[in-house]
Design a binder for this molecule. Structure first.
Ligand SMILES: [Zn+2]
Length: 90
């Protein structure tokens, strides 16, 4: 098979997977009545609602943003109670 065709197929499937992430809300902010950006760790394991606060992005985050063509608008958050840090998108 043509090498360019292979690259094209891989690229299309990559973008398709990114959109699946978006459709299935993988890594999306958790919001409910009580807070609009809850800590996933506290909510799942401690049954507690704790809002996340924004922290500075890492260099690896910027790479990830470039690799995902910035379709997610990723931001890094930290939980004040359990210390969870991670990327979420809105
Ligand atoms: Zn937490």
């Amino acid at each position: 098979m043509d090498i360019y065709l292979k690259v094209l197929i891989i690229l299309i499937s990559y973008i398709f997977i990114l959109y699946l992430f978006k459709i299935f809300k993988v890594g999306k902010k958790i919001s409910n009545r009580n807070c609009n950006n809850c800590c996933p760790e506290c909510l799942e394991h401690k049954n507690k609602i704790s809002p996340l606060t924004r922290i500075q992005k890492r260099k690896s985050d910027i790479l990830l943003i470039i690799l995902t063509f910035n379709i997610f608008d990723l931001k890094r958050y930290k939980c004040r109670y359990c210390g969870w840090t991670g990327l979420r998108w809105s």
